[in-house]
Structure formats: C-alpha cells, structure tokens
Design a protein. Structure first.
Lengths: 272, 287
C-alpha cells in the first residue's frame, strides 16, 4: 500500500470514534442531566456536584414502581404464551402433513405484514366487547400468536433429523413427548434469540398499550414515561432524564451484558 | 391422524391470529363502507362515501406526503450511515467493540425514551441546538414549532435511531465476502475507494435492497415519537398516516373514517409486501 493509503485508516479511525461519540451523546447528556442539580442541566462544568436527587424526585412524581411491575408482568405473560403457542404451531407446520397446511401457513405469514398496531381501531373495538379494555391481558392478547415466532420455530424444527424423532418413538414417546424431549431442547438457541426480541419489543412498545390502558394499574413504563415526559407536564430536564434512564435501564444493562446475542437476535428478527 | 394432530396443534395460535389479525382486517374493510354511528344517527351504509371524503381531505394528502418525505429523508441517509458504520466496525479498529456498541445502542431504546432525550436538543433557547446557534450568534429558533423544520427534526432523530440497526445487516454481509477479493484488488493496486465502488458496493446490493424495503415498511409504523415531540403539529406539518389514524379514531371518534384510512395503510403495506416477496423470490436478499 502507498503512504497515502496507510494514513487513511488513521483518519478513518478518528472519524469512526467521532461518530461513535456523537451517537452516544444523547445518552451521555441524559446521564449528565440526571446526575447533576437542575442549574447544571444546561451548563457544563466538570466540578458540578453529583446528586441523585433527580432520581428521587422522578420516583415520587410518577408511579414508576407500578409501571415497572406492569411492564414485567406484560413481557413475561406475552413471552410465556408466545413460547407455548409458537412451539405447538411451529411443530405442526414442520412435521405434520395435514390438509390445508400450506394455505394455513400463508395466512399465518399475513401477520408479519399486518402487525397489531396497524389495526388499532378494530382491535380496540374487540377488546371493549371482550371487556378487556384497561387490562394487562388486553395489551398482550393481540401479540400472543406471533407469526414471527411460528416461522422461526418451524425453520428450526425442520432442521432436526427425522432419525432422532424415530428413535424417541421407538422408546415409546408420544408425539408431544417427542416435541418436549427432542425438538424443544435442540431449538434452545432459537428460543433465546426469539425471547430477546420479544422482550425488547414489548418492553419498548407504546402505541397499542397507550390506546388500551386508562389507569396507573395497567400502564406499562413507556406509557407512564410519555405522560411524565410530555412538555406540558412542566417537569424539569434533570428529572425527565432520570425517569427516562430508570425506564430504559433494565434493557440497557441487559444489552451491555449480552451485546453479541442482542445483535444476532435483532438481525434474525429483521430477516425473518 | 396426522390431520387431526396437525390442526389440534395449530388451533390455539390460529384462534388468536384470526381473532386479532384476520378478523379485524376484514372488519376494517367492512366498516369503511359505513358511516360512523352516533346516538341520534345510527351507522348506515354509505358505499364508497368515506373514500370520496378521503380524496377531498387535505389533511390526508398532507400526512401521506409527510410519510413520503419522511421515508425519503430517513432511509437513504440511514442506509449510507449504516454502510459506513459497518465498514468501519468491520476493520481492525482500536476499541472496535465499544464503537459498535455505541452505534447499536439507540436500537434497543424505546422510541418514547429517545424522543424524551431529543426533545431537549430542540427546545428553544435552552436546548442544545439553540445553544450551539447562540455561540455563532444565530437567533433562537422554535425547531419543533415551525412547520418548516418540525418534520426534519423528527427525521434526524429517526436516522440516529435506525442507522445502527441497519448496520448489523451490512456487517453480516461484509463478513461473508471472500477475503481473496480484497487481496486481489491490492495486488492490482486498486485504491480503497475504487475497490468499494466497483466490488464491495455491488456485492452488497442484495443487502441494500433488503434493508430498503424493510425500512420503508418500518417508516409507516414509526409514530411513537410524535406523541412526545410535536403531536403531529404544527398544523399537521410533522404528522404521519398512522398518527392521523390514531387521532381520527381516538380524538375525533370518527371510527368509520379511521377504518377508511387504515384500509389505505393496509393497501400500501400489501404493495410493499409484494415487492419484498419478489426480492425473496429472486434470492437477492441477505441469507
């Protein structure tokens, strides 16, 4: 390589770092504002005193504990039902040659396109008929049969060698026993990837939960945060930053710990 | 027996899928042919009346146009940035893991939290943008309150949020390229830029197309930020189709018209799905 070619990487390294810093700056700023008294929110001074008062204020201004509990209940409920339903349906599509299978699979894939948030008007009507408005079950129900999950597990189950199933059958396993003892253990990486995507999606989901909930007892973190952070609420920056950090912290910490796994899972979700 | 077992296994998921995807989609189409019922005037069949109203609704055309500019303003820029990020992170770079983490972090944050953080940048006078402006003696500007800048402000934020997500697809594609290509190019004395332009970029075309279609579909679903930043305003200058549907249904309570708007959104998404499907058929997407 020429001398000019050797210098380019150095320049590029600097540019890559600069962009990384720029990309992190909104978060870094939020941490600055959250950990300093209000008068330093817009003034940068390395000697500014640190304080956790903003977190204490945010905690009392909004029922964060309740929102956090609601979100945890919501994502746990959605994921556990999704895992059961998608496993059963994925197994049916992968290993049972039943009548109408291909048409049924086509109908399942429609949901990849028409996500529940597009059908907010009708789904709200259905939920009010079922008496599920303002319940955590009402937030989760439209997402529980996940086309993405069914698709992913079908693909995984298809790669399991038939011989393993036959061997288990000879040992006297029922067809559900085969699913539980052979297919599910072999699909563990898929379950992990799907679980990460599902939890992050529903931890962050906003529009449908906003529409279907009316009270503190059901609102998840995102909805609570939107009410709390809205400009008309008149809360100052440090407190909003503190609240925002509290709301994203669990997911952010999980991401920092399992970066590679997160990126791979998100990529799988994108590719479908 | 295989028929019985197959359907038995599928039934629980099928009930929920039909109940919350297929039935509401069909009901949306059906409702768009009726007027919104009130206490005094019950709902009645109006045929394509709602669609005629839609064609005459200036706000509908405005939000559709906004959606177009939103897609055009965010997708090419975030794809270009994603490609740049992927190439950098793919190189042997000091603190590479940290840089990659920085690029990807916005992806895992909820849109609401992101909007809360960015709102501060755009606040007149005390916001970061105005503080930088003040340094250069520029007058204060109400970024989100000005119809000329509101949509652009939301676009800047979405680019920040999406670029790192698209980066991971390019990163995977770059890692699957044969290293011999670069060695051969070096032997021939090709410059880095020439190699990128003539070899890397064309080979990444499938990924680019794939990301582009997905980004377009996404651009119709991204509305959370509007609830914090602008509420679609001023005068619908930053509103998008799905946000308008939300307003019509839950602020103006005109459910029939909201259903009509939803049909338009469904048709747009279906059209994009056809494009996407054809890309898959031609095997030009990333595997």
């Amino acid at each position: 390589m020429s001398a000019a070619g050797r210098r380019a990487p150095l320049l590029e390294t600097a540019a890559a770092w600069l962009l990384a810093l720029l990309w992190l700056s909104p978060l870094l700023y939020a941490f600055w504002a959250a950990f300093h008294p209000a008068e330093f929110a817009t003034r940068f001074d390395l000697l500014a005193p640190l304080s956790v008062e903003n977190f204490a204020k945010a905690w009392t201004y909004a029922p964060f504990a309740r929102h956090l509990l609601n979100t945890v209940i919501l994502v746990t409920m959605i994921l556990s039902v999704q895992l059961v339903l998608c496993t059963l349906a994925g197994y049916a599509f992968a290993r049972f040659d039943f009548a109408g299978r291909d048409i049924a699979f086509g109908f399942v894939l429609v949901q990849l396109l028409i996500m529940p948030e597009v059908l907010i008007v009708e789904n709200y009507r259905i939920m009010s008929r079922l008496g599920l408005v303002d319940t955590i079950l009402g937030i989760g129900l439209p997402y529980m049969a996940s086309a993405f999950g069914i698709f992913l597990l079908r693909q995984t189950f298809k790669t399991v060698p038939r011989e393993l199933e036959d061997a288990a059958r000879v040992e006297g396993c029922s067809f559900l026993g085969v699913l539980w003892r052979v297919y599910v253990p072999l699909a563990r990486p898929t379950y992990l990837a799907y679980g990460l995507v599902s939890v992050s999606y529903h931890w962050n989901n906003f529009l449908w939960p906003l529409i279907i909930t009316n009270t503190v007892n059901t609102r998840p973190l995102t909805v609570g945060l939107a009410i709390f952070g809205a400009p008309e609420s008149g809360v100052d920056w440090g407190v909003i930053s503190a609240g925002t950090i509290m709301a994203v912290a669990p997911l952010l910490v999980a991401f920092l710990l399992f970066q590679r796994q997160f990126m791979q899972s998100f990529m799988q979700a994108g590719i479908k | 027996m295989k028929h019985v077992y197959g359907w038995l296994l599928l039934t629980p998921a099928a009930i929920l899928l039909v109940g919350f995807t297929h039935y509401p989609a069909a009901a949306t189409l059906f409702d768009s042919l009726f007027s919104t019922g009130t206490v005094v005037r019950p709902s009645r069949f109006v045929g394509l009346g709602n669609y005629a109203a839609l064609a005459d609704d200036p706000i509908f055309w405005q939000v559709l146009g906004n959606n177009f500019w939103f897609a055009l303003g965010t997708i090419p820029t975030s794809i270009a940035l994603a490609l740049l990020m992927a190439i950098w992170v793919n190189d042997r770079l000091p603190a590479r893991a940290l840089v990659r983490m920085a690029y990807f972090t916005p992806t895992v944050l909820p849109m609401i939290a992101v909007a809360n953080l960015w709102l501060f940048f755009y606040t007149p006078q005390i916001g970061l943008l105005d503080q930088i402006g003040a340094f250069f003696a520029a007058p204060s500007h109400n970024w989100l309150g000005d119809p000329n800048t509101a949509l652009a402000c939301t676009m800047a934020m979405v680019i920040w949020k999406e670029a790192g997500f698209f980066m991971i697809f390019y990163l995977a594609a770059l890692q699957s390229l044969a290293p011999e290509l670069e060695e051969a190019a070096k032997m021939e004395g090709a410059s880095r830029w020439y190699f990128f332009r003539r070899v890397t970029f064309p080979l990444l075309m499938p990924t680019t197309l794939f990301v582009m279609v997905n980004a377009t579909i996404n651009s119709f679903k991204l509305v959370d930020h509007l609830f914090i930043l602008t509420k679609g305003g001023p005068d619908n200058a930053s509103s998008l189709l799905l946000y308008y549907i939300y307003q019509v249904a839950f602020s103006f309570f005109d459910t029939a018209y909201a259903s009509t708007l939803t049909v338009v959104l469904l048709v747009l998404l279906a059209g994009l799905a056809v494009v996407q499907f054809q890309l898959v058929e031609r095997r030009v997407h990333y595997r």
